[in-house]
Design a protein around this ligand. Sequence first.
Ligand SMILES: Cc1ncc(COP(=O)(O)O)c(C=O)c1O
Length: 474
Amino acid sequence: MQSTGLKKYKKISNMSTTKLTPILHNWVQNLKSQPSLLREAIEEYGSPLNIHNLEPFYENVNKYNEVFSNLNIQGKAFFARKANRCLSLLTGTHQHNYGIDTASYHELKQSLDQGVSSHNLVVTAAVKPDQLLELAIKNDVLIIIDNQDEVQAISRLADGKKVNVGFRLSGFKFNGSKAYSRFGIDILDAKDFITEHLASHPNLIYKGLHFHLDGYDLDQRRSALSDCIALSRDLEGTEFIDIGGGLLMNYLQSEEEWEAFDKRLRQGISGKSEEVTYRNNGLGYELVNGQVTGKLKTYPYYNNLNKDNALQYILEGEIADQLRAAGIELRIEPGRSLLDQVGFTIAKVIHRKKDQNGDHHIGLEMNMTQMLSGSADFLLDPIVLYNNSENLEPVDVYFTGAYCLERDVLLKRKISLDRLPEVNDLVIFPNTAGYMMHFFESEAHQFPLAKNVFVENKNGVMEFSKDQLSDVRH
Ligand SMILES: Cc1ncc(COP(=O)(O)O)c(C=O)c1O
């Protein structure tokens, strides 16, 4: 029991947070029920460890491909590999019919080295140095142009060679206002920009239009796609329209839990009940003059409409009819949603302590960059694999990391557990393959990067193998 009495609300309940139960794919359930295997893996590869499985990745690819075939339109998913660095995710492009969206020289080089064909590759990098453009040009990889200087650079480096290009657009009007983006060419200027530059650079071969919108609004994507279809009528030779990523995925089992958490968070901030986050972090909400204002600045972890259903929603009806009639291929670049259920992170408990407020801190052998959300928090319950399951006494804890920063608190949310973890227990953070494990990882304090392994069910036996990525350093 928490005993400090320092906080007014602590005495009321020690299960003071709300649950956010993650969805777990069968392979994760399977491994979770074999803690000895996981302990061996941590012994061999170190803590933390990123464990992946390719089955859900291909299931996700197939779901998108089924939408295209059900709507009878040509389409392809290009995996935005910035969301996860593992090389194993590049190996199934031919067999499972997907492509790779690359955002840097090394992403492209590694994809080519893994044998991904040029027609399954696209370069959408935000900044495109000569080294990247040269590699793309040499290998006939489609380049998505963002600005005039890129046109000049491609033209200079191609030296007359034909280069397949698309144009990234932005500034689409939606619900009466124009969406701001620092990327792309304004849709209002697009026709002139494209026709003029194609006329003055005849080696640029126009293939299609591209956008990637900030946020996750499906209606906004539908509307931008409709604008691109309209523009394509003024441009000769549009073979594809690429609507980028941002297709929602669903991390959580229960909408009620998600809504209850939001309510509890706001109550905690307003002081009406005990805080549910570290130092009462509002995760976007703020208390102004006694009122909770602002909005939750995390990923929307619960989504009824997600992945293939989200794509279906964008395309169905007249959009699909128009694409079909025009013979235009619909491309998407999902990162996060293709990685749904593809990986989790597991780490070892090193210490337990109580802070000045009486809150339990569980120190793990990992750091904040090894599971870091671009949003305010990663809102999924972790799973503790206890070595010893006696003395069930519920407790609320924070999981803390190894960096010397006060803010290295791995989850901002306070987590309710059945009992206090012990040293050497393991903690699973589910569904971290998309952005969480790789996007912000760093080697500060000379901590090595986490190893990445893939697990395969071979006749009922779960076998681990190292992703080749572990050996690739730049
Ligand atoms: C151009 C482009 N395509 C695709 C993606 C992937 O988006 P998501 O992982 O949300 O699907 C991004 C993400 O930033 C992007 O910038």
